[in-house]
Design a binder for this molecule. Structure first.
Ligand code: PRP
Ligand code: URA
Length: 209
């Protein structure tokens, strides 16, 4: 499996360009993130292992492929990661959801945890960690560390935009966790924002600025 996967599907790229535009409304920003969530779910689950079961169609018995293992877990990093959940659940309706509350201290850029709730058997499941933005990667690193403390071994990270240095930092801490992103931007500014980026994803989703 590739450790960095850029989802270059034209629908994803088009929707992302709309989201970058600063004049986009809160409502449409949220709607597009939801739509991209569904498309990213399709990509991140592409290589899930299958096994066959015997079923009977109206015409014949057959060996039919089904996904292996327990239902997967979606783990949004609050707040902005919530924007991916609905679209992904549309595609994987029986997934469980773990919530990871983290905010990035604006001065130090260190991730501060304020909430964590995961299914009791999370360690036995594939966990897909969700956050639209991977900037310094401090939040993503802390979220994955927290899940590893709970025994999770099999994780994937999905974001919309990543900074190149964020991906490098993330993989320096978690070389075992592959990343899916719609685009990788070249820079972080002095405040840790991705440039050109799309601004503050949480604020744009919830209209808090
Ligand atoms: C944003 C974003 C990520 C984090 C990325 O969240 O949603 O969680 O910053 O930055 P990093 O890679 O440098 O850690 P923020 O802390 O602003 O919280 P919010 O989602 O509640 O707005
Ligand atoms: N968090 C965001 O929401 N946007 C960025 O560009 C960086 C961190």
């Amino acid at each position: 499996m590739k450790m960095v996967n850029v989802v270059d599907h034209p629908l994803v790229q088009h929707k992302l360009s709309l989201m970058r535009d600063k004049t986009l409304s809160t409502k449409t920003f949220r709607q597009l993130l939801n739509e991209i969530g569904m498309l990213m779910a399709y990509e991140v689950t592409r290589e899930l292992p299958l096994h066959t079961v015997e079923i009977e169609t109206p015409l014949a018995r057959m060996q039919a492929p089904m996904i292996d293992g327990k239902k997967l877990v979606l783990a949004p990093i609050l707040r902005a990661g919530l924007g991916f959940v609905e679209g992904m659940l549309d595609l994987v309706p029986s997934a469980r959801v773990a919530h990871i509350g983290l905010y990035r201290d604006p001065e130090t850029l260190v991730a501060v945890e304020y909430y964590f709730k995961a299914p009791p058997d999370v360690a036995d499941r594939l966990v897909i960690v969700l956050d639209p933005m991977l900037a310094t990667a401090n939040s993503a690193i802390a979220a994955v560390e927290r899940l590893k403390e709970r025994g999770v071994k099999n994780m994937r990270f999905v974001c919309l935009l990543a900074a190149r240095q964020g991906i490098d930092n993330f993989h320096a801490h978690h070389p075992d966790v592959p990343v899916w992103a719609a685009a990788i931007d070249s820079e972080l500014n002095d405040h840790g924002y991705i440039v050109p980026g799309l601004g503050d994803a949480g604020d744009r989703m919830f209209g808090t600025k």
